[in-house]
Structures are given as structure tokens and as C-alpha cells.
Design a protein around this ligand. Structure first.
Ligand code: SAH
Ligand code: TRP
Length: 331
């Protein structure tokens, strides 16, 4: 079901989330809290408060990925859009801060036509879309409110003679396990024809202390963000998580080369999820897994691209070698 809202004639927002997705939280929580080990999928972090906290994380001194990726976009966006890009499709666009840099380069090249953000968080997309059409003459925005693992077929067709970039930035690809990651890349490839490019951001494997500090900031914003998922479950599913009874845990898993992020129960407890008629027991010290954030080597990126029928034609790394952007085309 789609609710389409015209905001003036240059911004269209279509929402594909409805009751079905309230149930997707319900189903995810039901499956995740009855599994062993317990887990909950990361997309449920991002209600309005969660999106705000994520913006704060991006500004933390320890959280280098945003600054590293942004520096690449500031220095090299002209190079990225040089194949003639006139349209940007962005999965998990958030506040569209990085999109702005690419759209500016497309405008400088005289090719800018349309921006298509896809995100589960409607408010941020709406606000970003309205701000962007004010700032870019001739730009139209078609926001798709949905789950990029399920709703990519809702992305509108190509405009005539307008090559597109299909972007997934911020290292978000690292939040998916290998199978889901490849599936997502295949989904992105399905939005492309031979003139288009994928633009993928990946955090790189590096010194463990640097990696772990990025997910254990001194100011304590990351724990707040991690625990926000419990507030979401309490509110949406009438649950009674005692949020203060959980500790934030984040460490580098050397075998899988990912940051493993969890919430650890500080005491034994029973949590009631009333909407689901579910009671869940936590032992003292038991973990609820909330997210992974994979760190990449070039070999891993190439393998994942190959599995999706994509080949790299451009690799861009920041000056300190921390983060990489990859441009890839269909094979
Ligand atoms: N691209 C931005 C934001 C990254 S945060 C940046 O690089 O800074 C991840 C974003 O992806 C959030 O805005 C979140 O709402 C969105 N997101 C996470 N999982 C999603 C999913 N399955 N479908 C759609 N959006 C998702
Ligand atoms: N995509 C971000 C990342 O993997 C998300 C993130 C940053 C995150 N810090 C977090 C997720 C802490 C959960 C907890 O870097």
C-alpha cells in the first residue's frame, strides 16, 4: 500500500511501510527474543530519537568513519560523478548529508535531475527532501519510505538518458551478515543498467584499538543509541524492558572481522512483551545481540561484488587509509 504525498511539485514521498511493518517489528522481536542467542535486527534502532542519536555518533571524536568518508566525498565527488550521473538513488539515506556533496558535483557537471532516498525513517527523509529542493534548482526528490531489503522494486524507473548512482554509504553494508550483504548488493544491481554505477562505502580493517573506540565513545552516546532499541520495543510492543539494567558491549571479533555490538543483562530478569503475549527470561550476564559492523579488506569487497555480478572500476580511499568508497558497474 502506498501513501503518496505531494509537497509542492518537486518532492514526492511514498510510504510502503504500514501495519505490515509494525508486524515486522513484532515478528523480528518474537523471533529474536525466543532465539538462542537472543538478537534483534538493527533497522529498529532508527526511530526519530534513534536517528538523532546516530547523527550525534557521527560527530563524536572517536567515530572516524563519517569524517573519513565525508573527506573523500568533499575531495573527489567530481571524479565520482564524471561518468555522467544525473540521478542518485541512496539506500539508508538518513539526513542526506553525504548526498548533498554528490548532488552538488552532479549540479556542477550540469547533469543533476533527481534524488531518490530510501529509508525507514519517514521524518528524516521528508525534512531532507524539502531542504534539498530549496537548495538545488531543478532537482526533484522522490522519497521511498520502506525497507531496502524488501522495497527496492518501488524505486521509480530511470529517467531517459540519465545515468544513475545507486549508493549505500556510511558502512551500512557492514551491518549485514555475508549472505544478506550479497543479497543487498544483488538488489542494488537490479536497479542498474549498463551505464550506471554502484557507490559503496566500507570501513576498512585497521588497528583494533581505533576500531573499538569508535563503538565505545567516552561521552556515552553509543550506549544510548544501542539501548534505544529497547525503548522502541517498550513503546511499540508495550514491553517492560528495564533499560538501565543493560550494559552496552562492543568488541572486535577477529575471526569474522566485525565489531560485535550487544546489550548485556546486569541481573537476571523477566521481560514482558505484552502485545506479543510473551515473557522472556534473561540470565545475569546474558547478551542481546543488536548489531554487527563488518570491516573490510579489498579482497572481501571484490568477492561480495563478484557474487552480485558487479565489478569495481574505481576505488577511493581517504588520506589516512581508514575508509573506502567503491564505484562498481554491472558485468
Ligand atoms: N547514509 C547515512 C545514514 C547511515 S545510518 C550516513 O552515511 O551517515 C543508516 C540509515 O539507514 C538510517 O537512516 C536508517 O534509518 C536506515 N536503515 C537501516 N536499515 C534500513 C532498512 N532495512 N531499510 C531502509 N532503511 C534502513
Ligand atoms: N552503520 C553504523 C556502523 O556500523 C552504525 C553504528 C554506529 C552503530 N555505532 C553504532 C550501531 C553503535 C549500533 C551501535 O558504524
Amino acid at each position: 500500500m502506498s501513501v503518496s504525498t505531494a509537497e509542492g511539485d518537486r518532492v514526492t514521498i511514498e510510504s510502503w511501510l504500514s501495519e505490515w511493518d509494525d508486524r515486522s517489528l513484532a515478528r523480528d522481536v518474537l523471533n529474536g527474543l525466543t532465539a538462542s542467542p537472543k538478537d534483534v535486527p538493527p533497522k529498529h534502532f532508527y526511530d526519530t530519537r534513534g536517528s538523532e542519536l546516530f547523527e550525534q555518533i557521527c560527530a563524536l571524536p572517536e567515530y572516524y568513519p563519517t569524517r573519513a568518508e565525508t573527506s573523500i566525498l568533499i575531495n573527489r565527488s567530481d571524479e565520482i560523478v564524471a561518468f555522467g550521473a544525473g540521478e542518485l538513488v541512496e539506500l539508508g539515506s538518513g539526513a542526506a548529508t553525504k548526498a548533498r556533496l554528490l548532488l552538488s558535483a552532479m549540479e556542477r557537471a550540469g547533469n543533476l535531475r533527481r534524488y531518490i532516498p530510501i529509508d525507514v525513517s519517514e521524518q528524516v527523509v521528508r525534512a531532507a527532501g524539502n531542504a534539498l529542493v530549496d537548495d538545488f534548482a531543478g532537482l526533484s526528490v522522490h522519497g521511498v519510505i520502506g525497507d531496502f531489503e524488501r522495497h527496492l522494486e518501488r524505486v521509480p524507473r530511470h529517467l531517459p538518458d540519465t545515468p544513475r548512482i545507486v549508493a549505500l554509504l556510511g558502512g551500512t553494508i557492514g551491518n549485514f551478515k555475508p549472505d544478506a550483504r550479497r543479497e543487498l548488493l544483488r538488489g542494488m544491481a537490479s536497479l542498474m543498467n549498463s551505464q550506471d554505477r554502484v557507490l559503496l562505502g566500507t570501513d576498512l580493517v585497521k588497528d583494533v584499538a581505533v576500531l573499538e573506540a569508535a563503538y565505545n565513545d567516552a561521552a556515552g552516546v553509543t550506549p544510548e543509541f544501542n539501548k534505544n532499541v529497547l525503548h522502541v520495543i517498550n513503546r511499540e510492543l508495550d514491553a517492560d524492558f528495564d533499560v538501565s539494567a543493560f550494559d552496552h558491549v562492543a568488541f572486535f571479533d577477529h575471526e569474522n572481522e566485525w565489531i560485535d555490538i550487544r546489550l548485556r543483562a546486569l541481573r537476571a530478569m523477566t521481560v514482558n512483551v505484552r502485545s506479543l503475549d510473551l515473557s522472556v527470561h534473561f540470565d545475569e550476564g546474558e547478551d542481546l545481540r543488536t548489531e554487527i559492523s563488518a570491516k573490510f579488506t579489498p579482497a572481501r569487497v571484490n568477492d561480495d561484488f563478484a557474487a552480485a555480478g558487479l565489478v569495481v572500476d574505481h576505488k577511493l580511499v581517504d588520506d589516512e587509509g581508514r575508509f573506502a568508497l567503491w564505484l562498481a558497474r554491472t558485468r
